[in-house]
Design a protein around this ligand. Sequence first.
Ligand SMILES: Nc1ncnc2c1ncn2[C@@H]1O[C@H](COP(=O)(O)OP(=O)(O)OP(=O)(O)O)[C@@H](O)[C@H]1O
Ligand SMILES: [Mg+2]
Length: 500
Amino acid sequence: MTTIGELARQHTDLSKEQIGHLVNLASEWGMLADVSFADLLMYVPVEGDNWLVLAQVRAATGQTLYLADWVGSQTSSVERPLLGAAMKSGVPCEGEIFIQGVAEDCRMVAIPVQFEGEVIAVLTREWSQRTGRQPGELERTYLEIFDRFAEMIVRGAFPFVGRVADSSVAPRVGDGAIVLDADARVRYASPNATSALHRVGISANAVGQTLSELGVIDSSVRQAFERREPVVEEFEQTPEVTLLTRCIPIVDDVDGEPVVTGAVMLLRDVSELRRRDRLLLSKDATIREIHHRVKNNLQTISSLLRLQARRLESPEAKAAVAESVRRIRTIALVHETLSREPGDDVAFVEIVRPLLRLVEESLQSPERPMRFMVIGDGGRLAATVVTPLSVVLTELLQNAVDHGFPEGDGGGNVAVRLHVEESELEIAVIDDGRGIPVGFKLADAKGLGLSIVRTLVTTELAGTIEMRPAHAEELAEVEFVPRDGNTGTVILLRVPLQSD
Ligand SMILES: Nc1ncnc2c1ncn2[C@@H]1O[C@H](COP(=O)(O)OP(=O)(O)OP(=O)(O)O)[C@@H](O)[C@H]1O
Ligand SMILES: [Mg+2]
């Protein structure tokens, strides 16, 4: 989709600030289309005495004249005289137009858009007199509001400059609108606004009263009147009803001074939305609680196994059970971390650090002093990725210690290097030990450790594994100086990450 900014830069000489004004206008004008029950178009003059449509919006309250999208196209000759007149005179010009495919009389009012003393564009309201709505009180009030905002556009006072409350989350006119007078008294409340007031227990006729007299929280109104700019506010009117409001002041020029002479307050009942938010929050808490319990259960299992190992005689059996204990503790650690995190992803380093400590505690011995370090950052990963990765990482750390520095070798260093690039996580486990045995092939490795690694990485995580002697630069990067004869080993894992 072409944006206002792109179109304006391509086809006009408008400055950055001028384009910014038009972008602001287009982010605010949904409300104007709604209160005028008509299509609005934004035109700028372009070369060849022509006009280009920069933006278009339809009313949510009325029928559209244009099924097609005119953004980026040039005007037909029927609109040109009115556009030119508005541009030249600086005042709104109204007249009849003929629209192909629409038989009825159509009308258009061209409103010059002023910015810092200069007319930079023309906004048009285009509607059909036949299919238009029958004028009732709502229609009359809304059209009057439209005219007030149109006056502000002509004066350059609308859209509001500077920090303007985000209108994208704001309610629309159809959600409920209250028109306030200069004293912030209700002049008109739309049927939907009246219903919203009913839901919070206000059944009195609102007209003539201020919102605070009615018992509605009115800080958005007070702020909008004070600051002379739109204010968005959400509040719990009652414990059951949450209202989202946006108050847009109508600012007149009285002897050169800006004076608030009224306002439109749009309001929407967002109770249902917020109730679902709260449910989501409590779902989050439940998930954390479950992680906590899984962690406790795993710890119980590992304690049971440890007790069992004490009764075993064979050193081989003792070692095997000890390995299992270590693997289970790794998974418990992941659940423990997840039980503290909101949401179901976690910063991977937050897992890697305690993992290293765990390995350090269980493998450290005076004959084999080991130093572990993490470099880089793995970003935030989903729980489904973190658990298998943690198991894999423990195996690799265990191997680095077991095989890089067989007992009595004087110890050494192990580094875990994390790197994320273009939705791929690279994990390198680097040791400065004695290196891979001659003739060793990863594909033929029979040990349980590498089998676990292979299964998890290639099937569960759809990644790849590479095992090779360390490069000199890799060792230098982590300031490892291998002892004589040691080549060091690098195990490289590459795991694709889901980009969502
Ligand atoms: N960092 C390393 N340095 C040198 N050799 C390694 C390294 N990592 C693995 N190896 C070699 O790969 C072999 C297979 O490792 P694997 O983890 O599959 O089994 P294991 O460690 O011998 O036994 P297990 O992990 O099941 O207790 C090891 O025996 C060792 O020869
Ligand atoms: Mg192993």
